[in-house]
Design a protein. Structure first.
Length: 368
């Protein structure tokens, strides 16, 4: 009865309103009904769907993150289609890596991006077959990278271009010689002195000799760079023996190096890194200083400092260290003597208290 009375009162009120007021109230009522209808549609239960959930996210950055995760977890590259082209490349790469399948890489917009995607899949799955999704030099580069990772000369044989395949095999052997210190790998390295070929091998193998004597604290120059500055040719095999020596400390393989200057530098290279009476007793300091003459400026002084360290250790003569230009290199010379003869007395020549203490602790506790 109360509801009925309210309805009657409402009707009586409406009869008293003019036409404009009635239209206004009607419009408000219609608007209210529309809002209710929209809320009903929005709140209506819908089937759970990962894609629809992602697409419902308003902020594009968060929506893309959701789609990236969904595509990778389901292995469905079509999900990436919901992402703007400028941001979809990452999505396709994620799917390719998750599925270990290069097919998704084809959705990437740039050639460089596709190459990186395929190489990433090949590397993750250790699959030379995956590199077949590329052509020409890109396929060769993919195989080279994987062969180096797997230390596989055989893997290089899959490279279509014969010269590129030989560069790859040489680089793998040099990398193996460097990591193991075994000069036996060098027998499989080419002895050609064609510098374009050697440069390719050096670049691919990642062979770097800068700061060759850094463990002795001296800033000695890269021996390979020295040869290039001097205009001397060296072979990839020479470089391989240098690499093996730098790791093993056994300078006997230096005699296998054909280039005379690099052979001398091979001996100096290890002597600078780990000076000891054993490997310095036969050092020809005069010959090594002759090699230094190819340098100028700071490089020349660094090279002379190296030969002075060799002379000081081989003759067990600390006074030679005092003639080296630069306090830092003098200190390293004293340190080399202390380490070579396991004698902290040489640390006493080092004036810097921090370095002096470090030298003493190194010898007493055998940190090296």
């Amino acid at each position: 009865m109360i509801v009925g009375n309210l309805e009657k009162d409402a009707m009586r009120l409406l009869e008293q309103l003019d036409r404009r007021e009635k239209l206004t109230i009607y419009a408000i009522a219609v608007a209210a009904l529309l809002v209710v209808a929209l809320l009903a549609v929005a709140l209506e239960p819908r089937p759970s769907n990962g894609l629809s959930r992602c697409m419902d996210i308003v902020l594009s950055q968060n929506r893309y993150s959701c789609l990236y995760a969904l595509a990778a977890s389901t292995g469905n590259a079509s999900v990436c289609g919901g992402i703007a082209p400028a941001s979809s490349d990452y999505c396709y790469a994620e799917v390719a890596l998750a599925t270990r399948n290069t097919a998704a890489c084809s959705g990437i917009s740039t050639s460089a991006g596709k190459y990186q995607c395929v190489e990433m899949v090949a590397n993750a799955s250790d699959s030379y077959v995956a590199c077949g999704a590329l052509n020409g030099s890109q396929e060769s580069g993919c195989i080279e990278a994987l062969a180096l990772k797997l230390d596989s000369v055989v893997g290089c044989s899959g490279i279509p271009n014969a010269t590129d395949a030989l560069v790859c095999a040489n680089a793998v052997n040099i990398a193996n010689a460097r990591s193991t210190g075994n000069p036996g790998y060098c027998a499989g390295v080419s002895d050609t002195a064609n510098q374009s070929f050697v440069y390719g091998v050096v670049t691919l193998s990642g062979e770097v000799h800068a700061n060759a004597s850094q463990s002795a604290g001296l800033s000695f120059i890269d021996p390979v760079q020295y040869l290039e500055n001097a205009g001397e040719a060296y072979s990839a095999r020479d470089l391989c023996y240098l690499s093996a020596t730098s790791t093993s400390g056994n300078t006997s393989s230096c005699s296998s190096i054909a280039n005379a200057s690099l052979q001398g530098l091979c001996v100096a290279y290890k002597q600078a890194a780990a000076p000891s009476p054993a490997n310095l007793s036969s050092a020809n300091v005069t010959s090594l200083r002759g090699v230094c003459s190819q340098y100028t400026g700071a490089d020349l002084q660094s090279c002379y400092a190296l030969t002075d360290v060799i002379s000081a250790v081989s003759g067990r003569n600390a006074s030679v260290c005092s003639g080296i230009n630069g306090t830092a290199d003098q200190n390293q010379c004293y340190y080399a003597l202390a380490r070579a003869y396991n004698d902290t007395a040489y640390c006493g020549y080092i004036q810097n208290s921090t370095y002096n203490q470090a030298c003493v602790q190194d010898i007493n506790y055998n940190f090296t």
